[in-house]
Design a binder for this molecule. Structure first.
Ligand code: MN
Length: 230
């Protein structure tokens, strides 16, 4: 059947150490999932996880040049571990969740903080603050078959060589199996879905010319350079 427009290639992540790629279906993101970041954003205690979604179109596979987005004066980084699902399902038990994971990567949940704040203040959606062009740089996936399921280890970000974020995966309020189990109560998860598992404290603004270097010990690294707006 003839289409009206060309079918695009699904966004895909590299798989470390191979020539294979991992096609991405949806990007789920959890908010305020590290205690110190929850505090810096004004939270208190262990509330239920809350979520937002980015388009797969927002991926910047492998990082590299990332353009300063339009309509913001407060463009922030958030360093996160990304979890890629090889198997979907609904109502997945916490104890079974890791078996659904293909692998892990380092990602940046880039945020137009002023637009997100406007949404919070006005009871409006976060989409314009979180889901925009190039809002999800993400490094290569390290397969769980090689590295296991990291539940501890340093997660860090340097901007122009200066440390801006530093925490441990074990500081997550809701760990990865709990996140998968929770999401699967609300969605039928599918192969290719990925999860941004939350950022530690230390979020802040970047400007064109800034160089971001993020990493998670045992998982991988990601570099991005902020370019002038298109
Ligand atoms: Mn985030």
């Amino acid at each position: 059947m003839a289409g009206t427009i060309p079918v695009w290639t699904p966004p895909a992540l590299a798989i470390a150490g191979t020539a294979d790629t991992f096609p991405v279906r949806r990007i789920f993101c959890v908010g305020r999932n590290y205690v110190e970041h929850q505090k810096e954003m004004g939270g208190d205690g262990r509330e239920a996880p809350f979520w937002f979604i980015k388009s797969a179109h927002a991926l910047v596979a492998g990082g590299g040049n990332v353009h300063y987005p339009p309509k913001t004066a407060n463009y922030h980084y958030e360093t996160e571990m990304v979890v890629a699902l090889a198997r979907g399902g609904r109502r997945i038990a916490v104890a079974d969740a890791n078996a659904h994971v293909f692998g892990y990567a380092v990602g940046l949940d880039m945020t137009r903080r002023d637009l997100q704040q406007w949404g919070k203040d006005h009871g409006r959606p976060w989409d314009f603050g979180k889901d925009f062009d190039e809002a999800a740089p993400c490094g290569a996936l390290a397969p769980a078959a090689k590295i296991g399921h990291p539940a501890k280890g340093a997660i860090w970000l340097r901007v122009n060589g200066k440390e801006r974020q530093k925490a441990d995966l074990s500081d997550m309020i809701w760990n990865v199996p709990e996140q998968i189990a929770y999401l699967s109560q609300y969605y039928t998860l599918e192969p290719g879905d990925i999860i941004f598992s939350g950022t530690p404290a230390g979020v802040g603004p970047v400007q064109p010319g800034d160089e971001l270097h993020a990493g998670i010990d045992g998982v991988g690294e990601l570099k991005a350079k902020i370019m002038p707006a298109l």
